[in-house]
Design a binder for this molecule. Structure first.
Ligand code: GLU
Length: 473
């Protein structure tokens, strides 16, 4: 059975880049009847925060990426927080030490830094020269008395290897040139990321590791560790990075692309997933708007491109708008109401808001446009552009509208078509020049829902009041 994992470190909020990794893992698992596992990589005590972990879980659930195993859900291979698995890592580090595949290294951090510095000056890769392997007993004792705490380093014996990456194709590495013996346990006794990842992936029976391209250089280290520990090597797929507006890779530091910000802006979660899926992948039929079930059905990891992609806010808005149009009025209201309530933006009578919401379905792209649209319910509002009400033509339109209303007042219900038909012969202007002042008088805005939909929601009284108001402007 296919088993994949998303393994965030709780050191920041989820952003579009890492949530894409989560989504691709999820979709790959679901398309193949597999399991999606959430593992929390919280061994960096200084940078990990509970608040980040909570928000990461909340964001994943909001996006619909429910994990089959992980925190709160559990499963046969838990615990799923690395901070609760330290003993398992220790046992395996010890095993490598016992078998001579790793060694205590008394080279100090300062010496390592100096080596790196020198390499930089000489324009060489920052390669560790493995000097700690050959310390004599005397040197070690001398360092111990100086209080040097050792790290544990893994010996690189077979530095050349290659792999077939599901996204990038054939890749080969020479670790000798790249890094030299690498640390698997820090001087403070904590396992490094490399050790924890390898042990967990094996224990959790992960079959496919789908992660960001930024981890590609770690993969040979992981494969060597797997071999040394007798673990199978999973299939790897490294996703290209997503670049931000300035061309830089997206990161935790860019709050504008955090999932929290997308929630605040009022995107539909599955529309956001749909947009993210298009970063590096294209649906076979070319229909880019896919409902959640369709996305699960259509997505194909093997077709994901290895070139990097760019985040395009306009396209995201377009995708979201298209999804809004696909909703029934009832579902649109339900999602919109939930959004307004959660964001604390429901400041008007709930029934009135409910009654008017469907008229915005065709003309917004995201829910954060609603509060300003809902100003149409206010009795007083500023005019976005007053000029069109003050020209002689504009005044004529408003005047004519009021006259028609007076005649229509005898009718039981306000009839929009009769209202417009009544105005037309009384004025010189038509088309945009006729509708512009009317829209401005009735809503205070240049854009928005069709007037014929606003009209019945407002009712005779309000329409009349607003026209009178505009007349005075
Ligand atoms: N914890 C790592 C990160 O947040 C992911 C490691 C992995 O996927 O192997 O970048």
């Amino acid at each position: 059975m296919i088993r994949v994992r998303f393994a965030p470190s709780p050191t920041g909020y989820l952003h579009l880049g890492n949530v894409r990794t989560a989504l691709f893992n999820y979709l790959f698992a679901k398309a193949n009847g597999g399991k999606f596992i959430l593992r929390v990589e919280d061994t960096d005590k200084e940078r990990s925060r509970k608040e980040y972990l909570e928000s990461q879980k909340e964001d994943l659930l909001w996006m619909g990426l429910r994990w089959d195993e992980g925190p709160e859900v559990d499963g046969p291979y838990g615990p799923y927080l690395q901070s609760e698995r330290l003993e398992i890592y220790r046992t395996h580090i010890q095993k490598l030490l016992d078998e001579g595949k790793a060694y205590y290294c008394y080279v100090t951090e300062q010496e390592v830094e100096e080596m790196k510095h020198l390499a930089k000056l000489e324009r060489r890769p920052p390669h560790f020269d493995n000097r700690g392997r050959n310390f004599t007993q005397k040197e070690i004792e001398e360092r111990k008395t100086r209080g040097v705490k050792p790290t544990v380093r893994f010996k690189i014996e077979h530095p050349e290897l290659s792999l077939h990456d599901l996204v990038r194709g054939d890749v080969s590495f020479n670790l000798d040139e790249m890094v030299g013996d690498f640390v698997i346990q820090r001087a403070d006794g904590m396992p490094t990321f490399h050790m924890a990842v390898v042990v967990d992936d094996a224990f959790m029976k992960i079959t496919h590791i789908i992660r960001g391209e930024d981890h590609l250089s770690n993969t040979p280290k992981h494969i060597l560790l797997q071999r040394a520990l007798g673990f199978p090597t999973p299939q790897y797929g490294h996703l290209s990075l997503v670049h931000g507006p300035g061309g830089e890779p997206l990161s935790k530091r860019l709050s504008s692309v955090s999932v929290r910000e997308f929630r605040k802006a009022g995107y539909l979660p599955y529309a956001l997933c749909n947009y993210i899926s298009l970063l590096g992948w294209a649906p076979p039929e070319g229909h880019e708007i896919l409902k959640w079930d369709e996305l699960i059905h259509e997505f194909d990891l093997m077709k994901v491109s290895k070139s990097s992609s760019n985040f395009d806010q306009d396209k995201l808005n377009w995708v979201n708008g298209e999804h809004l149009r696909l909703l029934s009025d009832q579902d649109f209201c339900r999602y919109a109401m939930t959004y307004l309530k959660i964001q604390g933006l429901l400041t008007k009578d709930e029934d009135k808001v409910h009654g008017i919401l469907p008229i915005f379905k065709d003309n917004i792209q995201r829910f954060d446009q609603l509060p300003s649209r809902l100003e149409v319910l206010n009795d007083e509002f500023p005019y976005e552009e007053i000029h069109c009400l003050q020209t002689p033509e504009g005044r004529e339109v408003v005047q004519a509208a009021l006259e028609v209303l007076t005649v229509q007042a005898a009718q039981p219900a306000l009839d929009y078509q009769a209202f417009i038909d009544g105005i037309k012969p009384k004025v010189k202007v038509k088309g945009k020049d006729l509708f512009h002042p009317l829209r401005m008088a009735l809503t205070g805005k240049l854009n928005g829902p069709e007037l014929k939909r606003i009209f019945p929601v407002l009712g005779m009284e309000k329409v009349k009041k607003r026209l009178e108001q505009a007349q005075k402007s």
